[in-house]
Design a protein around this ligand. Structure first.
Ligand SMILES: [Mn+2]
Length: 337
C-alpha cells in the first residue's frame, strides 16, 4: 500500500475507535514520548478514550513534552478492552514491553478463541524486523518517528498546532543529536523549519534537552573523560566505568534509569579529532555493556558489535558481555565472574 494511503487508513481507524491504547518503547526517549504527545493532540479532537503506556518512563525528565503526564508506566488492563493499539518508535515488538501479551492476543484471535481483538498500527523509523502489526507505517529513511507523525498529519489534512509542532521538532532534534548525525536529512531540516514557523519553541527545547544535565551526570562525564584512553595509530578511543564508580557518582534513581547518559558519553568520545571508533564500557548487574560509535562512512560498528554478540546500526551499536571489568596496563578487559 502507498505510504499516504496507509497514513489515511490509520486516521480512519482512529476516527472509528472508541478506546485507544498508545504504546512507546520501554525506557522511552523524547522521540517516543513526543510522537505519543502529538497523536494524543489528534485523538483529543475525537471522542475516543485513551490509555498511553511506556514501561520504565523517567519521572520529571520529559515533562516539557505535551501530554507526557498522560503517559503511564503502569501496564494497561486487558488488551481486549481496546479496539485500537498504536505503537510508536519501538523497533521491535519486544521493545513495547508488552510482547507476550500482544503475541497472545494475536494468537488467540487467529485461533478463534476470542471474537475480536484490537487493530494494531505501528509507526516507526527503525529498520524492519518482524511484521506483526495489521498496518505497518515504517520508513527507516525518516529521522524520527515524529517525522512520520508529521506526514500522518499532512496526509490527513490536519492542522499542525503549536503543541504538535513542538512535539515534531523535539523528536527531530533529539533523534538527530541536534542535527549532528547522518540522519539529519534535507527533509528533516525543512520540516524543522516549518515547525518553527508553526510556533515550535527552539530555545526552550534546547534548554530542556541539551542544557538539563544533572550535577551527578556531569560528574559521570568527568570520570569517563578522566578514564579515557586513545590509540592515535588505530584511531580507537575508549573509556569505562565500573559499577562502584557509577554508584559513587549517580543517585539511586539515576542508576535505575540513566536515560541516554551513556549514549551521550560515547557520542562525545567520538568527537575527538582523528578518531575512527569510540567505545564506552560500563558494568551493570553482572554484565559489561559496550556502546560503539563512529562518524566515518567506511567503518561499520554494528559489525564490530556483532563480534561480541551485539548489533545495531553502522554508526551506533552496542553489546553486552557477562562478567566484570578489570583494569590492565593499556585499558580494561572483561573477566568472567
Ligand atoms: Mn526514534
Amino acid at each position: 500500500m502507498d505510504f499516504t494511503l496507509k497514513l489515511q487508513l490509520a486516521y480512519q481507524k482512529i476516527l472509528q475507535a472508541k478506546k485507544i491504547l498508545l504504546i512507546g518503547h520501554l525506557s522511552p526517549d523524547a522521540d517516543a514520548l513526543a510522537s505519543i504527545g502529538a497523536m494524543i493532540e489528534v485523538i483529543k479532537e475525537t471522542k475516543a478514550e485513551i490509555y498511553a503506556y511506556t514501561a520504565n518512563k523517567q519521572v520529571g525528565v520529559y515533562d516539557f513534552i505535551a501530554n507526557e503526564e498522560l503517559v503511564s508506566s503502569v501496564e494497561p488492563s486487558d488488551l481486549r478492552n481496546f479496539d485500537l493499539i498504536l505503537i510508536f518508535d519501538c523497533g521491535s515488538i519486544a521493545r513495547t514491553g508488552l510482547e507476550t501479551r500482544i503475541r497472545n492476543l494475536i494468537t488467540a484471535a487467529g485461533q478463534g478463541m476470542i471474537k475480536s481483538r484490537p487493530y494494531i498500527i505501528e509507526f516507526d523509523h527503525h529498520e524492519p524486523q518482524e511484521a506483526y502489526a495489521d498496518l505497518e507505517i515504517r520508513d527507516p529513511h525518516k529521522a524520527s518517528t515524529t517525522e512520520i507523525v508529521y506526514h500522518f498529519l499532512k496526509a490527513n489534512g490536519l492542522v499542525i498546532t503549536k503543541e504538535m509542532a513542538n512535539c515534531i521538532l523535539i523528536g527531530l532534534m533529539t533523534d538527530t543529536g541536534h542535527f549532528l548525525h547522518a540522519n539529519s536529512s534535507q527533509e528533516a531540516l525543512a520540516i524543522a523549519a516549518e515547525m518553527l514557523m508553526r510556533g515550535a519553541a527552539l530555545p526552550k527545547i534546547i534548554n530542556k534537552t541539551v542544557r538539563n544535565q544533572s550535577f551527578s551526570s556531569l560528574k559521570v562525564w568527568g570520570r569517563a573523560l578522566k578514564n579515557m584512553k586513545y590509540n592515535s595509530e588505530t584511531g580507537f578511543v575508549f573509556s569505562a566505568l565500573t559499577e562502584e564508580e557509577l554508584a559513587e557518582l549517580l543517585t539511586p534513581e539515576e542508576l535505575l534509569s540513566p536515560g541516554d547518559l551513556f549514549g551521550g558519553i560515547v557520542s562525545f568520545l567520538s568527537c575527538l579529532s582523528g578518531v575512527r571508533v569510540a567505545l564506552f564500557l560500563r558494568e551493570e548487574n553482572g554484565q559489561v555493556k559496550g556502546s560503539l560509535r563512529t562518524n566515518l562512512d567506511d567503518v561499520d560498528v554494528a559489525q564490530l558489535a556483532g563480534q561480541w554478540g551485539g548489533g545495531g546500526h553502522k554508526k551506533a551499536a552496542g553489546f553486552s558481555l557477562k562478567g566484570k571489568l578489570q583494569a590492565t596496563e593499556t585499558g580494561w578487559k572483561v573477566v568472567r565472574t
